[in-house]
Structure formats: structure tokens, C-alpha cells
Write a protein that binds this ligand. Structure first.
Ligand code: T46
Length: 145
């Protein structure tokens, strides 16, 4: 985890933008459907999922210049730390019918993965390494400009 002790930060409750999806339920179980530009505010160009992450592992440690994403824990649970350079927030993802919208230029870290965690991500673009900001100082300078 990066050291942000020298920076003035304030807690915020507004960084994580929750999106609630419909749940269809009958005697057989539950179903949630997600459609682009209806439940998700962008065209979905890529879907990926993180699974088999060990509980003591932290992932992420980057922001995206342009990419926007929706993160949904479709199984198990994990924690997400969001930071826009000014405010920060930690949220727990544990419901398959609720996700968080993570806008561009938000630093994210994921941790406390349960054994059965499957973190599904809907992304607004294909994978482009040049869209990543992997150094927190670089990120901080960019948001402060
Ligand atoms: C994010 C969080 C939530 C690909 O080849 N294609 C892909 O679409 C992705 C996402 C990754 N990769 C490769 C790149 C690395 O060699 O898979 C490997 C692991 O990716 P990364 O270290 O970036 O994984 P995380 O968990 O740190 O971050 C990922 C996403 O990269 C990122 O955009 O927001 O999940």
C-alpha cells in the first residue's frame, strides 16, 4: 500500500457510486441481467473477472486515464479502496445484484478477498496498458493539475 500519511485527506461517502441491478426471483433461484446503456452508463467493450485471489493479497494500485468500470462481486466478498486524490473511501462488495461504478482517474485497491470471491468487471474499453497510472505520485500530480 502506498504511504499517504503526508497528504491531507478527508473521508467521503460519495466516491463509490452504487448501482443496483434487478433481481428476478422464482422458486428456482435468482437471476440478474445487466444491459449496456440501460443499467451501465457506457458501452461494454470488455468483461473480465478476478478469482482465486488469496485473502492476504492486495491488487490494483492504479488509476485509469480514461477507462470507466463497474465492479460486482458475483460470489463471495472483497473490499475496495477508492481514492480521487482528495477524498478516499473503502467499501465492501458482497452482493451479486449491486455494483460500484468506478470512474476514470480514481485510484483503486482491492483486498480482503474471500476464498469464493469472484469479482466481475464491466469495462468501457479494451485492455490498454497505456491507460494505466501505476505510480501514486504521478496520479496525485495529475489530479492536482
Ligand atoms: C482494475 C482492477 C479492478 C489482461 O491481459 N487483460 C485484461 O483485461 C486485464 C484486466 C489484465 N490483463 C493482464 C495484465 C496482467 O498481466 O492480467 C494480469 C493481471 O492484471 P492486473 O495486474 O492489472 O490486475 P489487477 O487486479 O491489479 O487490476 C485489474 C484491472 O487491471 C484494473 O483495470 O481496475 O482489476
Amino acid at each position: 500500500m502506498h504511504d499517504n500519511t503526508t497528504r491531507q485527506k478527508k473521508e467521503s461517502l460519495s466516491l463509490a457510486q452504487w448501482i443496483e441491478f434487478n433481481q428476478r426471483s422464482d422458486e428456482r433461484g435468482l437471476l440478474t441481467a445487466i444491459e449496456e446503456n440501460i443499467h451501465v452508463p457506457f458501452n461494454i467493450k470488455r468483461v473480465y473477472y478476478l478469482y482465486g485471489t488469496l485473502s492476504d493479497v492486495r491488487r490494483g494500485f492504479h488509476a485509469h486515464k480514461e477507462l470507466r468500470q463497474i465492479l460486482i462481486c458475483v460470489s463471495g466478498s472483497c473490499m475496495i479502496r477508492l481514492d480521487d486524490g482528495i477524498t478516499e473511501e473503502e467499501v465492501k462488495l458482497f452482493e451479486p445484484h449491486r455494483g460500484i461504478f468506478v470512474d476514470k482517474m480514481i485510484w483503486r485497491e482491492m483486498y480482503d478477498f474471500s476464498k469464493d470471491c469472484v469479482l466481475l468487471v464491466l469495462a468501457s474499453d479494451v485492455y490498454r496498458e497505456e491507460d494505466y497510472i501505476r505510480d501514486y505520485e504521478d496520479f496525485f500530480q495529475m489530479v492536482m493539475q
